[in-house]
Design a protein around this ligand. Structure first.
Ligand code: SF4
Length: 469
């Protein structure tokens, strides 16, 4: 029923036709690829002797498998080396732009496309990675796809998709100090559930989002998928345009003026009709930390862990599993839980503003003994900028390791892995069983500032109690 929303407008403008199944054949403006989900897609094209239809609309980077300690080639891990070589070959053979390591432009796919201005309002964007929803921060319709769909986009630049419903999520008010976009999205997922967004696109509106920077909006949209929504977006505004202006791939001169007019016309209309509307108040949100095995199992830092009898039947079952796996007890405080590893990075929170905020709290403190803490910039550009600002020295002096860019311990497809049942404070986006490289590894999701607070205290702590030097 959604009518007059940005989602509706962008969807309709990219509709090539309606398929006999009733699905839409949707044109994809920008296709982002990386080393993990593209090799089989290219192999399938090769088998059928099909060429990439619009190579100029595809951009590649390498992120999941790159080591963060030493990126000299060949990589020590032969499988990782094989994967990067396959991507090098596939992009070269098909004339696809590839941001390789040491190019100055490499990084996590959802960090590099926005920072270079590839991601723009009104686009349809697809990538073989769930967190493609990040790009919705610009008012784009962006979603993750599977390997066979990567093949379809390479071959036809289109996808067959069922149109989503639109839920407006309105949050109003100012966030308290120590509360970030990460806390807002963890709060939303906690309230609406990890499956609450299935079949929906989330439109984030309200004064809280209007005041957010683009990087905060990216953190927000990034985790839409963790709430079950295929994509999430914010209507483009001056914040969007100020961020995009003069970026490498952004329109220039007269085209820039035309683009702004065009982008403004795509904003959801005042009288747009939504399939659902949900409202939250920013003042109800405090630093939020997950305690369980889904991103929906989160609590405010001053709350206690849930009591099983107080949960619904469906929540109780997954809570039981979570308590057992996480070695936590119902009703206890999460604050004070000892931490083994602290990780700041990922496509959720590995941007320059995240590192600035983390450095603000790390400055003049020391990482607690027995805690391994490391910072992984989201891209080469983020790393370069952080070093220009001296942030790396703040981290190193505090006892953090300063690494090369990549996905790192978000997914642990590289050597950065938890060991045994180690527990991590992580600025990433998924806390599933075994997500960080050990089958028994445990993950607590939180904002970068809260990760730093955990690193310094050696246990889960409230960043609002940390002295800022
Ligand atoms: S940082 Fe994590 S979620 Fe993001 S693209 Fe990499 S592995 Fe996927």
């Amino acid at each position: 029923m959604s009518k007059g929303t940005l989602f509706d407008k962008v969807w309709d403008l990219h509709t090539v036709g309606t398929l006999p199944s009733g699905q839409t054949q949707l044109f994809i403006g920008l296709h982002l690829i990386h080393e993990v989900t593209s090799p089989q897609a290219f192999a399938m094209l090769r088998e059928r002797k099909i060429k990439v239809l619009y190579p100029e609309r595809t951009v590649a980077t390498v992120d999941h498998i790159v080591p963060t300690e030493n990126q000299a080639r060949p990589f020590a891990d032969s499988l990782a080396e094989e994967m990067i070589q396959a991507l090098e070959k596939n992009t070269e053979e098909n004339n696809i732009r590839f941001f390789n390591t040491h190019s100055g432009n490499q990084g996590i796919v959802h960090v590099i496309a926005p920072e270079q201005g590839l991601t723009q309002p009104g686009m349809t964007i697809a990538c073989g990675d769930s967190h493609t929803s990040t790009h919705g921060a610009f008012g784009a319709i962006a979603f993750g796809i599977g390997t066979s769909q990567v093949r379809d986009v390479l071959a036809s630049q289109t996808l067959s998709l069922t149109k989503l419903k639109v839920r407006k999520i309105e949050v109003n008010g100012d966030l308290a100090p120590g509360v970030y976009a990460k806390d807002v999205i963890l709060h939303i997922i906690r309230k609406l559930g990890v499956k609450g967004g299935v079949g929906y696109a989330y439109e984030y509106s309200g004064t809280t989002f209007e005041k957010m920077s683009m990087e905060e909006r990216m953190t927000l949209c990034n985790m839409s998928i963790e709430g079950g929504a295929r994509c999430g977006y914010v209507n483009p505004d001056d914040v969007t345009y100020n961020y995009l202006k003069d970026k490498d791939f952004a329109p220039k001169g007269e085209k820039w003026e035309e683009a702004i007019k065009w982008w403004n016309s795509l904003r959801s209309d005042e009288d747009a009709e939504y399939d659902d509307v949900v409202t939250f108040s920013a003042s109800d949100i405090e630093p939020t930390v997950t305690w369980g095995i889904t991103p929906g199992q989160g609590i405010g830092i001053s709350e206690s862990l849930p009591i099983l009898d107080e949960l619904s039947e469906s929540d109780r079952e997954i809570a039981l599993q979570a308590f057992e796996y996480m070695q936590l007890q119902p009703g206890e405080s999460l604050k004070g839980t000892p931490i083994d590893v602290c990780f700041v990075g990922s496509c959720t929170n590995g941007r320059i503003s995240d590192l600035r905020e983390a450095a603000k709290f790390a400055k003049g403190h020391k990482v607690a003994q027995n805690v391994k803490a490391f910072i992984v910039p989201g891209s080469e550009r983020v790393k370069q900028q952080a070093e220009a600002e001296g942030l790396h020295n703040i981290f190193i002096n505090a006892g953090f390791e300063w690494r090369e860019p990549g996905c790192s311990m978000c997914l642990a497809m590289n050597p950065d892995k938890l060991q045994g049942s180690q527990i991590s404070a992580s600025s990433s986006n998924r806390n599933f069983k075994g997500r960080q490289g050990s089958a028994q590894g445990r993950t607590l999701l939180m904002s970068p500032a809260m990760v730093v607070a955990a690193a310094i205290n050696g246990k889960v702590a409230d960043v609002r109690d940390l002295e800022v030097n």
